[in-house]
Design a binder for this molecule. Structure first.
Ligand code: APR
Length: 309
């Protein structure tokens, strides 16, 4: 039975704990710095599980020593984006939180895989890699699965088909510079470029780019969590079941796609131990250029982050 720790019992963390229980992926330990929060959420989730006859455990603590023997630690601790909050403010706050959390992971769960969800994603994942001292394949971030799901949803709506008929992938950084791989996107098996006009594709991509911000503007406080938690569950499922699923993830590059010593969204094979392989798919020149541009934007945030540290 896998032991999955989730740090941060807020919207994303607690929703993920519930999904893990429902999917019977493993036992969950939920940890939050706010006293009683993780414990209360865990009790509520366990009581829902009792109705459904689910037997795995979800336990909540405000104590990092409970991370001991975790196979995977998911980091959702941090502040969610609030309207009016600058990216730099978010970067500063979440850098402090992620640094302190990762020190505890390295102390109590030195063999674990770290899956980062806290934004700004690629920078926080790189920070987790540096602070943990873990091998790069054991530290990865969740963004591309969520972004691809958003694109799939908007494309399905535009094309009038079920989302399952869309095959697509978003690479690059999680944010405005995300790189949708339109050249490989299909609708019911047909290339997207034969189904929608260039303008329609651009409109859908723009909607996807601002997909997270649109939800923030509706909610007023807090940000999306059902789709982020479900995307994280998809990655956990591949790791726990050692499925080798090909999924986009923020992973450490060492020469792949012509990029080095950075975390950015690329297709990976996921299984036990984290990233098993970074897969280099065919990109058009335009897509490759956009991936490099996205990486350079991310390097800039990283410099800011290093200054804060
Ligand atoms: N240790 C443990 N928990 C912490 C710490 C810490 N040092 N600092 C903050 N937390 C907890 C908060 O107490 C809160 O319960 O992290 C939780 C964050 O929950 P929410 O504010 O509800 O945020 P959420 O919507 O879950 O988003 C979390 O995921 O998708 C990203 O952008 C999102 O970065 C954000 C993260």
């Amino acid at each position: 039975m896998s032991k999955i720790a989730i740090i941060g019992a807020g919207q994303v963390g607690s929703t993920l704990a519930f999904l893990v229980l429902e999917k019977e992926l493993g036992d969950v330990v939920l940890v939050d710095c706010v006293e009683g929060l993780a414990e209360g959420k865990a009790l509520d989730i366990m009581q829902a599980g009792a109705l459904a006859g689910l037997e795995n455990g979800v336990a909540g603590y405000d104590d990092y020593s409970r991370l001991k023997n975790s196979d995977i630690v998911v980091v959702t601790a941090g502040q969610a984006r609030k309207p009016g909050m600058s990216r730099l403010d978010l970067l500063r706050k979440n850098s402090e939180i992620v640094s302190s959390v990762v020190k505890e992971i390295a102390r109590f769960a030195p063999e674990a895989v770290i899956l980062v969800v806290t934004n700004p994603l690629d920078v926080m994942t790189y920070l987790a890699y540096k602070m943990s001292g873990f091998e790069p394949n054991r530290v990865l971030g969740q963004a591309g699965v969520l972004d691809s799901a958003r694109l799939k949803y908007f494309l399905a709506r535009e094309c009038g088909v079920a989302p399952r008929e869309i095959s697509t992938m978003i690479l690059g950084g999680h944010g405005d510079s995300m790189v949708p791989i339109i050249s490989q996107t299909t609708v019911s098996g047909k290339p997207l470029i034969e189904v929608l006009s260039e303008e329609a594709i651009e409109m859908v991509v723009e909607k996807t780019r601002s997909g997270g911000a649109e939800i923030v503007s509706f909610l007023k406080t807090g940000s999306a969590y059902y789709a982020p938690a479900t995307a994280t569950l998809t990655m956990l499922d591949a790791i726990v079941k050692d499925s080798n699923a090909l999924l986009p993830a923020s992973a450490c590059l060492s020469g792949e796609y012509g990029l080095e010593d950075i975390y950015v969204g690329v297709p990976v094979r996921l299984g036990k131990g984290g990233v098993k392989e970074i897969v280099e798919i065919d990109l058009t020149d335009k897509e490759r250029e956009a991936l490099h541009k996205s990486a350079s934007i991310y390097r800039e945030s990283l410099r800011v982050c290093e200054k804060i540290r």
